[in-house]
Design a protein around this ligand. Structure first.
Ligand code: DON
Length: 309
């Protein structure tokens, strides 16, 4: 029997896991993220034509690492999978998202996957065009198309804040550049990466992205193919294997929902029946994933049998 989530049941699920937010803390290594309200908690489930909302769903936040799903899609669309995966791997890392250590072990400095920072920096390098801001403009255009929200844009305040506190990502970039994995100017690549991470959305937008990805790239209303089906399938596979970083395995067992997290406290869920889920709760667990958001998805999965497995 298929169980549908409705407004009331979603609100009570949120309430049931609300306390989990207290077990985490809001990201502070990017100062702008620290301004987030730790009590904010919202979720949207997008069934295609119908949306179910509960909690604080109008708040805007930045995509952060959720951008890696769409930047990978763009790179795959541009270059094809063979070229993309000649420079970035397909394996889960089992390490934190900003880890540098495996780059020294892999030859020639090939990041393990496109969801960790090193991998996403390589993807940002592949998206470079002549104009330094062309990649970010294309990214924003695609996100606007997918979400049907023409107001989505980069939050330049968050981007500036990250740029001033990016020494680890800068180090990853220089390491990759010195091994010839990154071809373009380091500051330009880093800038693109940061701008993509700083694109502002709300939970409704996220849920719609999840719905489009779950529908093999098709717009839930018009059926228009926004992303090629093979690309949508590939990026959602990475969401399962690497989307929650070194908690991807336990999340797959407990929730079984293809999912990508961002340090803003956002979670993007996407199911193969076209259901998209957007969650926002800023306090993070030790893996950098939204603490209450993760718990909420685990609960929704077990209450409504959402696991793909
Ligand atoms: O590069 C960073 O550290 C951030 N802009 C994004 C990291 C992130 O979202 C990790 N996800 N949970």
């Amino acid at each position: 029997m298929v169980l549908f989530i409705n407004k009331n049941t979603l609100a009570s699920s949120l309430e049931a896991v609300q306390l989990e937010a207290g077990s985490g803390s809001v990201a502070s290594y990017i100062p702008a993220l620290q301004q987030a309200d730790p009590a904010a908690f919202g979720c949207v489930v997008h069934y295609g034509r119908e949306k179910v909302k509960a909690g604080d769903t109008d708040i805007y936040f930045t995509l952060q690492s959720i951008s890696k799903v769409i930047s990978l899609a763009l790179a795959l669309m541009d270059k094809g999978s063979e070229e993309v995966f000649s420079k970035v791997g397909m394996e889960p890392s089992g390490n934190p998202f900003h880890s540098i250590q495996t780059l020294e072990k892999e030859k020639p400095a090939k990041p393990l996957n496109p969801m960790i920072n090193a991998g996403a920096l390589v993807v940002a390098d592949m998206l470079q065009e002549k104009e330094p801001d062309a990649a970010a403009r294309r990214f924003v255009r695609l996100i606007r198309e997918i979400t049907s929200n023409p107001e989505i844009d980069i939050c330049f305040e968050t981007a500036a804040s990250e740029r001033n506190h990016s020494n680890l990502n800068r180090a990853l970039c220089y390491f990759l550049k010195s091994h010839g994995v990154i071809e373009n100017d380091v500051e330009q690549v880093l800038n693109t990466y940061i701008n993509l991470c700083s694109v502002r959305v709300n939970s409704c937008d996220l849920a719609r992205i999840g719905s489009v990805l779950g529908r093999d790239g098709q717009d839930p209303e018009t059926g228009e193919q926004l992303i090629p089906a093979w690309t949508a399938e590939m990026v959602t596979t990475f969401m399962v294997t690497c989307g929650m970083y070194d908690a991807s395995g336990s999340f797959a067992v407990k929730a079984g929902i293809p999912c990508k997290s961002g340090v803003s406290g956002a979670l993007l869920g996407s199911l193969p029946d076209g259901t998209g889920i957007g969650v926002y709760s800023p306090p993070l667990d030790s893996h950098g994933n939204s603490a209450a958001g993760t718990r909420l998805l685990e609960k929704l999965s077990s209450d409504y049998q959402l696991s793909i497995f």
